[in-house]
Design a binder for this molecule. Structure first.
Ligand code: ADP
Ligand code: MG
Length: 697
């Protein structure tokens, strides 16, 4: 399979396709709409719809769908045919401007957190012209936002778009003060790195826990794990390589370029990074990447696992969110330039990010919270649940010098005089990597490493954009009233460094001592989703989202409700699956082997009373004890689950699950896993870790 350059973006109605399909006038107007966020007039919509439909049909589409991201976290679509009527035996294929702009899916099955009362089941999807339409199979997918009849956002895209607007608005205030009048808007760039596991389809099918919950609820460790580090960047096995090749080719057609593909640390784990693009498009593309990978894996007899922690004792999967902002004139605002003027801008935006991350640590943690990501954060392998920023040696020194009003700055190479805002250009290599940091500066962008592999990155970027917008709002308020901008910037940067020192940390984030130190510094530490989610409606957070028109308090409350509900439901499924597997598969299997051992003992003694049956008896004794424990624990787990389930409040249920059910689940697992190590392979009722992890040839 070869990648053909001409095929790039073949299935996307991107700028090139639009230029070909639209008249110059319509194209220019649409571009204005996209770039400046102007509203769309209906004649324009009709012209675009007609051209889009013709392009789609020419590329094999027969249907179209409004593609959206409801609060379930995955994408949804409802297919409609282009066919409207048949005239004299000829089909009439249509897509009107109205159909392009607005859809009315029956929204009653999507979560609304009470925003859509039952008598008003309607929801609307609205075309998002800033994300390209694309073809998947025989369907033209039109990216849309999804809202309720009353206009409340019911999806992940709407607040993201609003946050991009908020950031743009505040950044433009800064540029105005700086007299950078050529800047018309800013661009937020995002490049997500996606980790995943590939498991043989047959093995997967034999594990009910993987099938129903995406992770193994039981499983003794494999004798070989990741201790040799021989998988990381190792040779990619042929079946995996052929899967990756097809993924590349299909993504390429959708205008998404996969930049790096390599094995990850854990066996059967891999990573795919796509080249960064504008924030909104990147979030859509990441959803599409996950969808395409799932389908293509199936064709290669694999199942792809995006769960953050499918295997205990083996590294989990995350999604690093690389984020930067640039101007439409091409300046990366997080890139340290080499003229004083540009550096001032850099310092100001750097300060804005530092302030944002410190002031809204809680929101960043919440944006990545899920039952599955809880298994990863803070478990000695992934970033801790505590947010801190790593800037790198060089930048640390620069900021220290600014905070101290030093006259000169000592770089690793030379002494540099610090004039008004002068900053030496930092070589990318100087930003020495700290893999344990949840939020690291990497030369010209920040890498947020806490997002889980399973969830889209809209939430994380919504928080990041809005929080930085708020920093810039505060800075602009000061700058607009100052008569010396240079001095004001210096004062803002200096003040920010001092005020937000506590969020800067360059040590080892996996270290236990960090938890203590972070506590002393007053940083938030929310180890679990319920702990984090409980803070979503804190006054400062409601104010932030409200003032920047990203989410009002009603929309925010609905999201909190849905997230608690999702947490409860996913754990409900895990508990039920655990009990089911224990009672129906594991306990009978242990019992059968106990019977076998008992028979053996009787038979042996019948041969010769003095024969040693210690091994059989010891094993029998351990298994019988464990079987009793398993019985007690499953009963307790089931009882507690039923008790929690009676409570009519998801938030309360979530805390009970976290405090009482999760510890019981861990206990049950430990006993079952011990039994697995005591029993022969052919008596164990499901594939083992070694079979799952080393079967991807
Ligand atoms: P790593 O060493 O973490 O693999 P890379 O330089 O390979 O870092 O980049 C990882 C991701 O960051 C890629 O998706 C890449 O497109 C993205 N990226 C690179 N530059 C930027 C930028 N300025 N803004 C946002 N994302 C970026
Ligand atoms: Mg990375």
């Amino acid at each position: 399979m070869k990648i053909v350059p001409e095929e790039f973006g073949k299935l996307v109605f991107n700028e090139i396709a639009m230029k070909k399909a639209l008249s110059q006038d319509v194209f220019d107007k649409l571009e204005q709409t996209i770039k400046n966020g102007e509203s769309l007039d209906s004649t324009l919509a009709s012209a675009v719809a007609e051209a889009m439909k013709d392009w789609a049909i020419a590329n094999g589409a027969t249907h179209y769908t409004h593609w959206f991201q409801p609060l379930t976290g995955i994408t949804a679509e409802k297919h409609e045919s282009f066919l409207t009527t048949v005239s004299s035996g000829n089909p009439i294929l249509e897509l009107s401007g109205k159909e392009l702009i607005k859809g009315e899916p029956d929204a009653s099955s999507f979560p609304s957190g009470g925003l859509r009362s039952t008598f008003e089941a309607r929801g609307y999807t609205a075309w998002d012209p800033t994300s390209y339409a694309f073809i998947k199979g025989n369907t033209l997918c039109i990216p849309t936002a999804f809202c309720s009849y009353g206009g409340y956002a019911l999806d992940k895209k709407t607040p993201l778009l609003r946050s991009i607007d908020a950031l743009n608005k505040q950044a433009l205030r800064v540029f105005k003060v700086l007299k950078m009048n050529d800047v018309k808007h800013i661009v937020t760039n995002v490049g997500p790195e996606q980790e995943y596991f590939l498991i043989d389809k047959t093995m997967f099918g034999k594990r009910l826990d993987l099938v129903l919950t995406g992770r193994t609820l039981f499983g003794a460790p494999s004798p070989k794990g990741q201790e040799l580090d021989d998988h990381y960047f190792g040779v990619i096995k042929p079946r995996v390589a052929s899967f990756m090749e097809e993924v590349d080719r299909e993504l390429w057609k959708l205008g998404i370029s996969a930049k790096t593909e390599h094995n990850e640390v854990a066996p059967a784990q891999h990573e795919l990074a796509t080249i960064y693009t504008t924030c909104n498009l990147a979030c859509d593309q990441n959803q599409l990447v996950m969808e395409m990978m799932t389908k293509i894996a199936d064709k290669h007899n694999f199942v792809i696992l995006f769960h953050e922690k499918p295997f205990e004792g083996v590294n989990g999967s995350g999604k690093h969110n690389n984020w930067s902002i640039s101007t439409d004139t091409g300046i990366n605002l997080l890139s340290p330039g080499d003229t004083p003027f540009k550096n001032q801008v850099f310092l100001l935006f750097l300060a804005a990010v530092i302030k944002a991350v410190d002031d809204y640590q809680d929101l960043l943690r919440i944006s990545v919270a899920s039952a599955s990501n809880d298994h990863r954060l803070g478990k000695n392998e992934a970033p801790p649940a505590i947010i801190s920023i790593f800037l790198g040696d060089e930048l640390d020194k620069v900021l220290k010098a600014i905070a101290n009003d030093d006259e000169e700055f000592e770089s690793h190479k030379e002494r540099i005089l610090l004039g008004s805002g002068v900053l030496p250009s930092l070589v990318k290599d100087n930003t020495d990597r700290n893999r344990t940091s949840p939020f690291a500066y990497t030369g010209n962008k920040f890498e947020f490493r806490m997002p889980g592999s399973n969830k889209g990155v809209s939430d994380a970027n919504t928080v990041l954009n809005t929080a930085v917008a708020e920093s810039l709002r505060a800075f602009s308020d000061l700058l607009e009233t100052s008569d010396n901008v240079d001095k004001a910037i210096h004062a803002i940067v200096k003040h920010t460094i001092k005020e937000h020192q506590k969020i800067l940390f360059s040590g080892n984030g996996y270290n236990d001592t960090w938890v203590e130190e972070a506590k002393e510094r007053g940083l938030c530490n929310f180890p679990t989703t319920p702990d984090a989610l409980a803070h979503l409606m804190d006054e400062k957070n409601v104010k932030l989202f409200g003032e920047h028109n990203v989410l009002n308090d009603i929309e925010l409350k609905a999201r909190q409700e849905i997230d608690f509900e999702n947490y409860v439901k996913s754990l409900d499924i895990e508990v039920k699956t655990m009990v089911h597997l224990a009672k129906r598969n594991i306990m009978p299997a242990i019992n059968k082997y106990i019977g076998k051992l008992a028979n053996n003992i009787t038979n042996l003694i019948a041969i010769d009373k003095s024969i040693s049956t210690n091994y059989q008896k010891n094993t029998l004794d351990k298994l019988c004890n464990n079987l009793t424990k398993i019985d007690e624990l499953t009963t307790a787990l089931n009882d507690k689950y039923l008790e929690a389930n009676k409570i009519d409040c998801f938030e309360k249920q979530a805390f009970i699950i976290k405090d009482t059910l999760l510890p019981l689940m861990a206990k049950l697992r430990a006993v079952v896993d011990e039994c697995e190590t005591l029993m022969p392979k052919n008596y164990w009722p499901m594939p083992t870790y070694e079979e799952l992890l080393f079967s991807e040839h």
